[in-house]
Write a protein that binds this ligand. Structure first.
Ligand SMILES: Cc1cc2nc3c(=O)[nH]c(=O)nc-3n(C[C@H](O)[C@H](O)[C@H](O)COP(=O)(O)OP(=O)(O)OC[C@H]3O[C@@H](n4cnc5c(N)ncnc54)[C@H](O)[C@@H]3O)c2cc1C
Length: 230
């Protein structure tokens, strides 16, 4: 069994695959209640309207905008991502395809220890070079060993759905994930919080950068209003 193709990485990858809606659509949804026609973006008036509904948590107009992402992260990150029930997702199947040999390995500076109590842990870098080396060799050995066993099973005709069960949580998976702007913001608020797991924080931060680019007028006001749930 050849192990040379294994990819070790610590990147959380996310790209925008499609988006629907704009700040104009948020305002249009808002003024449906008044049964008036919308005559297009008026900066002063509509910035005021947008600011008002962000500030007062009038959340449903933000559900009129949607974003669809392609996300490539390890399974232990998806375990957290998939808790967002308002999202739609489709994921690569370990039954229908042989999984690519791509595995998460932490950057040395992210090898951490937790201090404090459950629910309010803080994380500090592991100071001991010996422990950091132990972590890196532990990750590498398990990855190489399980990949070898996975390959051996496949070579001997074992079904992919069974062979994949020995692979570790740090193997990468790929998915399409779609949600509306209100619930994307909810994800970002929860998962960019300093108490969130570092790896999902990295994903959520990249998602926030995409939101900022896609909905700049909304993003500016949302930040000015304290970056809260809508
Ligand atoms: C720091 C942190 C630690 C966590 N630790 C754990 C853990 O140890 N174990 C664990 O299992 N989970 C854990 N979670 C996950 C958490 O419990 C939520 O499942 C996750 O954050 C998704 O949030 P949500 O339910 O608000 O989002 P979504 O599922 O997207 O829902 C969005 C909103 O829709 C509404 N909604 C959705 N479904 C329902 C429903 N069935 N009934 C009523 N309202 C609904 C709610 O208002 C909800 O806020 C943790 C989350 C965080 C941020």
């Amino acid at each position: 069994v050849d192990n040379s193709g294994i990819q070790f990485t610590s990147e959380m990858e996310i790209t925008l695959d499609g988006a629907m809606g704009s700040e104009e659509d948020i305002i249009r949804a808002m003024i449906v209640s008044t049964n008036k026609d919308y005559d297009g973006w008026d900066d002063k008036r509509d910035t005021g309207r947008l600011n008002r509904i962000i500030r007062d948590h009038h959340s449903s107009p933000f559900e009129m905008c949607e974003m669809r992402f392609i996300i490539e992260v390890p399974i232990f990150v998806v375990r957290e991502l998939q808790r967002y029930r308002t999202a739609n997702m489709n994921e690569m199947s370990g039954r229908y395809t042989e999984l690519p040999p791509k595995f998460y390995i932490p950057k040395e500076e992210n090898i951490r220890t937790q201090v404090g109590k459950p629910m309010s842990y803080e994380y500090e870098m592991v100071k001991s070079p010996l422990t950091r080396a132990l972590v890196l060799s532990g990750f590498t050995e398990v990855i190489e060993h399980t990949w070898e066993e996975y390959q051996l099973m496949l070579l001997n005709g074992v079904a992919r759905e069974l062979a994949r069960a020995i692979l570790p949580l740090n193997i990468y998976t790929k998915l399409m994930w779609k949600n509306d702007l209100r619930n994307i913001v909810h994800f970002i608020v929860q998962r960019t919080h300093p108490s969130a797991m570092l790896e999902i924080r990295e994903l959520a931060t990249k998602m926030e950068e995409i939101v900022a680019k896609e909905f700049p007028r909304f993003y500016k006001l949302w930040v000015e209003n304290g970056r809260q749930d809508l």
